[in-house]
Design a protein around this ligand. Structure first.
Ligand code: ATP
Length: 133
């Protein structure tokens, strides 16, 4: 099977550079499975896991929004933050999730920053999901 060259980059630097047989990512228009020869595209991503299918199995990367560009065999993802499974601090994500849930609860009672709390909750759940798959 022809391989893709995958790069996942954040403002802090590269998170992943390597090959994959298939990249599965959730764009704002729905889930996409990218194989070699996919039509070129640029798509905004949701806060979700990007799955890299390889001979040896699947690698899951928690990606926080950003964009994916597909061009020939190149798949480039530029995101605000991204973490590989082994780099996710699960305790930190669990604490972030609890803080976000408390803020959401307060938002219901006092209408403080509900959208920010929802985004923080999504990020934390995504990290936990990537780590625990
Ligand atoms: P927290 O509330 O725990 O600080 P956050 O969602 O505010 O998390 P971000 O602003 O999204 O954090 O990310 C800041 C930096 O910390 C990024 O480099 C991101 O990759 C890293 N990061 C955030 N949470 C985790 C985690 N649970 N494990 C590993 N790295 C993390």
């Amino acid at each position: 099977m022809s391989e893709l060259n995958v790069s996942i980059v954040t403002p802090d630097g590269p998170v992943y550079e390597g090959k994959a047989n298939m990249v599965i990512a959730r764009t704002k228009a729905g889930e996409l499975g990218i194989l070699h020869g996919h039509v070129p595209l640029v798509a905004p991503l949701k806060i979700d896991v990007v799955r890299l299918k390889q001979e040896s199995g699947e690698e899951w990367i928690a990606v926080n929004g950003g964009f994916m560009e597909v061009n020939g065999e190149e798949v480039n993802i530029l995101a605000d933050t991204a973490e590989r499974e082994q780099d996710i601090d699960i305790d930190r994500a669990e604490r972030a999730k609890m803080r976000a849930e408390e803020r959401l609860q307060q938002a219901k009672e006092q209408k403080v920053d509900e959208i920010m709390a929802q985004l923080a909750l999504q990020k934390a759940i995504n990290r936990i999901h990537a780590k625990k798959h």
